[in-house]
Design a binder for this molecule. Sequence first.
Ligand code: NAP
Ligand code: HSE
Length: 402
Amino acid sequence: MKIAILGYGTVGKGLVEMIDSNKGKRNIEIASILVRDKNKYKSSKYEHLITEDIEEVFNKEFDILVELIGGLNPAYKYIKRALESKINVVTANKDMLAEYGDKLVKIAKENNVSLRFEASVGGGIPVLKPLIESLEGNLIESMYAILNGTTNYILSKMYDENLSYEEVLKEAQELGFAEANPESDVQGYDAARKLSILSTLAYDRRVYWKDFYLEGISNIDRKDIYYAKKLGCKIKLVGQSKLNDKKVSGFVRPVLVDNNSLLSRIDNEYNIVVFNVDSVGEVSFVGKGAGKEPTGSAAYADVIDIFDKRVCNIDSFTKEKIEVEKIINHNCEALLRFKSPKKDKIIELINDCVYEHEVIDSNEEELAVMVSVDSEHEINNVLCFINNKGYCKECTRLIIII
Ligand code: NAP
Ligand code: HSE
C-alpha cells in the first residue's frame, strides 16, 4: 500500500501521524511528500521523502495521491494528472470539490479510479460516507449545519470570554483551524462550499456554492453578543438548505440560535450536520470540524477505504445544476439594529409595515428592534423604505432560528 502526499501542513502531518500510529495494523508506505519549502522540514523524520518537485512525486510508483495542499491551483492540475494516470485520489480540498467536483468525478469515472474527500466536510466527522451509503434509499428533505470550525471557535470565544474578533481569529490560525486565507472562513465561503458538497450528494443534483445566500461573521461585534445574551440566544454561522420540488433554497449566515437548541450546544471548533430524512426523521453528526488529528483521521479512513476496494457513488456531482433560492420564504423573526437613526420615524414605519415588533434597546447611538415577519421580503421592503426616506443608512439584521 503506497501513497504520495501533496502538502505537509496541518492535515498532512495529521495523516502521517495516523499512518505511523497504525503501523502493524495497516502498513501504508509513503513514497514522497510534496511541499513548497523543504528547508522547513530539515530535521523532520521524513526529510528523506520530502521534495519541492512534483515530477519527483510522479516519477515514483504509488497507488493513491493524497492532495492536502489546498486551493485550486496547482492542486487541480495535480489531481487531474493523477486521475488521468489511473491513480486514485484522496483530498481534503472543499474549494476544489465545490468548484470542479463535476469535472473531477467525470475524469475519475472515465479512468475507473476512486476520488474520496471525507475530510473536506466536517473535519473528523464521518458524514459523507453515512450520507452516501447508510442513508441510501432515503429522501433527504433538508439539512442545517455548523460547518466551519474557525468561525464557531471565534463566536464561542467572543461569547464566553468576551474576547474581540481579531484576537480570537489569530488564536484559531495558530491552532491550525483557519484556511491559508482566513477570508474563506470568516466570509462564509468555506461553509458554503461544504454545504454545497453535502447538498449535491443529498439532493442528487449539483448545487453550486455561490448560489446560496452568503454572509460571513466579520461584522459581528460585541453589541451583537450583548443582544444575543439578552435574548437568551447564541450567535452561530449556520448553513441551511432545503429541497423544494425543482429548486433548492439555502443560505450560510450568522443567526441567533436559542440557548435550548441543539445548535447552541456546538461550541469551539466542533461542527454539526443535521439531515431531515423521510423515513428516519432527524439524523445528526457532531464532532471536531477542524485541526490536525480529526482531519488526518478522515483522510486516513479514505485511504483505507480505497485499499480495501470500498467504492462509493458520487455521481451527483455530474448531474445538472439546480436553481437555488436565497430568500427565507416563510415566517421568521429577526433582530434589526439601526445605527444613528431617526428612531421615532423608524418605529412608526415598522409599526405600519410589520405584523409584530418589540423594541429591545433604544439609545443615542442605536435602535434595536425584534420583528416578526411572514418572509424575509418584508424585512427587505421595510429596510428599503427606511433607507429611501433617509431615516438611517446603516442597518444590520440577525435572523433567529429556534
Ligand atoms: P496548511 O497547513 O497551510 O498546509 C499546506 C501544505 O501544502 C504545506 O505543507 C505547504 O508547503 C504545501 N503547499 C502549499 N502550496 C503548495 C504548492 N503550490 N506546491 C507544493 N506544496 C504546497 O494547510 P492545511 O490546513 O493542512 O489544509 C490542507 C487542505 O486541507 C486544504 O484544502 C484545507 O482546506 C483542507 N482542510 C483543512 C483542515 C484544517 O483543519 N486545517 C480541515 C479540513 C480540510 P510548506 O509546508 O512548504 O508551506
Ligand atoms: N478552515 C476550516 C474550518 C478547516 O475552520 O472549518 C476545516 O475544513
